[in-house]
Design a protein around this ligand. Structure first.
Ligand code: AKB
Length: 332
């Protein structure tokens, strides 16, 4: 059975992805995270490394014990955390990513086969002025002027992925190493199972979890703030589908993916439909509002749809009615 590495295994996406991969039973799942795994998570992984992707001893230990043919690199500081400590964000998001890329390249050298390296990027790579926030969905090559440390870090790793990636044919011979680099630019992700922390799209899931657990919630962005979102199930589906797509079908390395574009007020309305007594207000925080004001209202994900058949299962109402609301009701 091949080994697959998941960094950021203890994070929201990591957790869900590992569940799917472990249930499928096609891989030996190796997890890595700064935080100790729960008992359930460590049972799902064939091996779990607790430590920092900046720690060269940890990287050397993982490298000595495994040879990966697939890596999902999810570890990183999110956008709001990144603004609170931009140097730490740079260290983890850039230098940590380079450590993981280098390890994967060495595995590719050992086996003479490119390692499929799936990187989670974000809508934070875009940077728009309020006046130019277009109504039309933004395409992958447009408005790439991120204003946050997190967005800058993500865009840079995308560029490194292009540089080290198998599509960079002229450089292949000289470098003798390669990554089959595949990247998703995620919108905000909403999960019923976990509550996020450190992100700026977190107001969506936070509103839902607060209502379900009977707590008041003050949303930190304005009601009219519109962003693209998807549910965790679709995020995991996108990761798996892209990782399994035949290389010949991929015309680019970086893909937008989206399920619905929604305002904070519309999320509140969905939550209120399910929890009519929920106490939800709006109390925007200047720096977090500034972050989302630079992000696109919608993204064009037609290359993902055309190249590898991306299609979300959960549009807005279905996401809340069929998935999120029943699940949070069971949880609280
Ligand atoms: C964040 O808010 O930082 C993330 C993202 C949109 O990348 N959820």
């Amino acid at each position: 059975m091949a080994d697959v590495l998941i960094t950021g295994a203890n994070g929201e996406i990591g957790h869900s992805l590992i569940q799917y991969l472990a249930e499928e039973g096609r891989y030996q799942v190796v997890g890595c995270d700064l935080r100790e795994p729960s008992a359930a998570l460590s049972r799902l992984c064939s091996r779990f490394y607790t430590g920092d992707i900046l720690d060269s001893d940890l990287i050397a230990e993982i490298h000595a014990n495994h040879c990966f043919d697939k890596v999902f690199h999810l570890a990183g500081l999110l956008s709001s955390s990144g603004e609170r400590d931009p140097y730490l964000a740079h260290d983890v998001n850039v230098n940590g990513s380079i450590n993981i890329m280098k390890m994967a390249q060495e595995d590719a050298n050992r086996t003479h086969k490119p390692v499929v390296f799936v990187f989670t990027s974000s809508i934070a790579v875009y940077g728009l002025q309020q006046a130019e926030r277009p109504e039309l969905a933004v395409r992958e090559h447009e408005h790439l002027a991120p204003a946050t440390m997190y967005g800058i870090n993500k865009l840079y790793i995308e560029q490194l992925g292009r540089y080290f990636g198998v599509l960079n044919k002229p450089m292949e011979e000289a470098r003798m190493v390669n990554l089959d680099f595949r990247c998703l630019r995620f919108p905000g992700v909403i999960s019923a199972e976990t509550v996020p922390s450190g992100g700026t799209s977190d107001f969506g899931p936070e509103m839902l979890h607060a209502a379900a657990s009977g707590q008041r919630y003050d949303c930190f962005v304005k009601p009219e703030t519109r962003l693209p979102f998807m549910v965790m199930q679709d995020a995991v589906k996108a990761l798996l589908d892209l990782s399994r797509a035949s290389r010949d079908r991929l015309t680019q390395q970086v893909y937008n993916v989206n399920a619905f574009s929604v305002t904070a007020a519309e999320i509140r309305d969905q939550v209120l439909r399910a929890f009519p007594g929920a106490d939800i207000g709006f109390d925007p925080t200047a720096y977090r509002q500034a972050i989302v004001d630079g992000w696109p209202r919608d993204v064009d994900d037609s290359p993902a749809r055309n190249d590898w058949g991306w299609e979300p299962d959960y549009p807005l109402e279905r996401a809340f009615d069929d998935l999120l609301v029943p699940a949070v009701k069971r949880r609280y």
